[in-house]
Design a protein around this ligand. Structure first.
Ligand SMILES: NC(=O)C1=CN([C@@H]2O[C@H](COP(=O)(O)OP(=O)(O)OC[C@H]3O[C@@H](n4cnc5c(N)ncnc54)[C@H](OP(=O)(O)O)[C@@H]3O)[C@@H](O)[C@H]2O)[C@@H](O)CC1
Ligand SMILES: Nc1ncnc2c1ncn2[C@@H]1O[C@H](COP(=O)(O)OP(=O)(O)O)[C@@H](O)[C@H]1O
Length: 505
């Protein structure tokens, strides 16, 4: 897990150093880190993955001397970092070009750049700029960094897009990306790599920022002692799953109770059931109301290991965690079962149509909600906090955190980056999910996996332990998806893939 900070937290950490007159030193460190990264790129020693869907450039130089590096240079300190970095690269024999995007720039940076023999080309001279872009090995994107605030009125960047072979390095953040939310202005460039200064910014972990940043390297510029205790964490690792203890038995490994499906949506129950079984549990018990005979038959066909019983049957006394909601629609029998489970002292995963039945008063046992942005917006709006789905997906950290506090629950806000928030204000950002997960039923699979991992955490699991299990579930779900075809798959293949995902650590 890596801590992630908002732009204002990073700026506040810089302030005492700026007050002490150490601004130029910070910028020198940032510029040195940026120049070193560009050298590593030119030497071909920077590993670049395909994460975030960012295309990897095919560079032409595998040498530093004689390579050509350009930079889009903006008006503030971000542009200043790039100018100083280019000046250093000149010292290594690099041909450096500053494409200025405004009619003002960082004066000291420009002086150092010119003194080092760099060339300046105004980016508005599109013909000259476009011709030179084709000749670059690396382009540094340094129009704006933490100075970007993406608000209601868009400020398009209007930068010429470099040809595919040019490796784009974002300086601190891709220009036009908001350091807090990851929202991006129209025209923001996709980087192959990002070099960020002082601390990982939240905007590089969520939203468009995540996908525009490519691989992110953090350069230490000495802010550490001034940064606050982190509340947001970027989780990139595999799920922490252990084999059962040697003397495990089926009731000790976790028994998942499932209230899912209806005559209208029987398939959702099958997906959640298969996912829970494949995630590795002791037993699955499924509530089968008289109102949903098709679901009962389908579950038994798809999951012969499941025990299927009528609501209230004694077998449900064995349940160690409940999964509630996938596909229940407005089935009244299923609603009653949901309410019974919610009034128990057992850990629960509350998904989809069960979310509106959450009790007003906080539950004693771990309660994990798995809404997507639309469901979270309805939940909050229903509790007097009017917010739209696009507000939620535009700032998932803020809204997941707000909902966790408001609902006294662990909130797993699903999306391209999934935010797992606990009521104490901690947010885990789980990455690594491919966009092929955007397929009907993949949320039902996640609910099953989350219930399976939660069932092993014990009845006394608190929010922290429940959030850890949820984080692991999201990571396992993503790993299951990554091993399926990149062009896409159905959710039933995903449920099966959960059983084959490589989760060793
Ligand atoms: N502080 C330090 O000690 C250190 C700071 N460091 C570096 O400084 C960076 C922050 O620098 P910064 O505060 O000068 O802001 P920066 O991001 O360069 O933006 C400049 C201006 O651009 C404008 N603008 C905004 N959006 C726009 C848009 N869409 N299209 C066009 N213009 C837009 C907006 O000005 P406006 O137009 O609103 O007047 C904005 O103020 C930081 O990311 C890091 O790289 C490092 O050296 C380490 C030490
Ligand atoms: N573009 C995307 N990239 C990565 N993961 C995604 C994307 N879109 C959706 N997902 C993931 O797919 C799942 C979809 O869940 P949900 O919205 O409940 O769908 P459904 O109700 O159809 O099952 C979530 O785990 C979500 O994080």
């Amino acid at each position: 897990m890596r801590p992630a900070y908002s732009g204002s937290e990073v700026r506040a950490a810089e302030q005492p150093l700026l007050d002490a007159g150490r601004g130029p030193e910070l910028m020198r460190r940032a510029a040195r880190g940026l120049a070193q990264h560009v050298i590593a790129v030119l030497q071909g020693t920077t590993p670049v993955s395909q994460q975030g869907g960012v295309a990897v450039s095919g560079r032409r130089a595998s040498r530093v001397y004689g390579a050509r590096v350009g930079a889009y240079v903006g008006p503030g300190n971000n542009g200043g970092d790039a100018l100083f970095a280019l000046a250093q690269l000149r010292g290594r024999g690099v041909d450096a070009i500053a494409f200025t995007t405004h009619d003002r720039w960082h004066d000291d940076g420009m002086r150092a750049f010119r003194a080092a023999g760099g060339r300046v080309v105004p980016a508005v001279d599109r013909a000259a700029a476009a011709g030179l872009l084709f000749t670059l090995d690396v382009l540094i994107d340094a129009v704006t960094g933490t100075g970007t605030r993406v608000g209601a009125a868009p400020r398009p960047l209007d930068l010429p897009v470099p040809p595919a072979g040019v490796h784009v390095v974002a300086c601190d953040l891709p220009s036009g990306v908001d350091a807090d939310t990851g929202r991006a202005e129209p025209g923001a460039l996709a980087a192959a790599t990002t070099v960020t200064f002082g601390a990982l910014k939240r905007g590089l972990a969520v939203g468009e920022g995540r996908s525009l940043a490519g691989d992110v390297t953090v350069v230490d510029i000495g802010l550490g002692p001034h940064l606050p205790g982190p509340s947001v964490w970027l989780c990139e690792g595999p799920a922490r799953l252990d084999p059962p203890v040697w003397n495990a038995h089926k009731y000790s490994r976790g028994v998942v109770g499932l209230v899912a499906g209806s005559e209208q949506y029987p398939g959702a129950a099958v997906l959640a059931a298969r996912a829970a079984v494949n995630a590795g549990i002791g037993m699955l018990v499924v509530v089968a109301p008289e109102s949903a005979p098709t679901m009962r038959r389908m579950i038994l066909e798809a999951c012969p290991e499941a025990i299927v019983a009528a609501p209230g049957d004694g077998v449900f006394d064995r349940v160690s965690a409940w999964v509630l909601g996938p596909g229940i629609g407005d089935d009244a029998d299923q609603r009653r079962s949901v309410e019974r489970a919610l009034s128990s002292d057992l850990p629960v995963v509350v998904d989809a149509s069960a979310l509106p039945y959450l009790p007003e008063t906080p539950r004693r046992a771990a309660t994990v909600l798995t809404p997507h942005a639309g469901e979270l917006a309805s939940l909050l709006s229903g509790r007097g906090i009017p917010v739209s789905a696009s507000d939620v997906s535009g700032d998932p950290i803020r809204w997941a955190s707000r909902a966790a506090e408001e609902l006294s629950s662990v909130v797993v806000l699903k999306g391209p980056t999934t935010a797992v928030a606990t009521p104490d204000g901690t947010v885990r950002l789980v990455t690594g999910a491919p966009s092929t997960l955007a397929t009907a039923g993949s949320g039902d699979v996640l609910a099953g996996v989350t219930g399976a991992l939660l069932s092993q955490a014990g009845q006394e699991a608190g929010p922290e332990a429940a959030a850890e299990r949820a984080e692991d579930a999201v990571a396992l779900h993503a790993a299951a998806a990554r091993q399926l075809p990149a062009h896409g798959f159905g959710a039933s293949a995903l449920a099966d893939s959960v059983g084959e995902a490589d989760d060793r650590h």
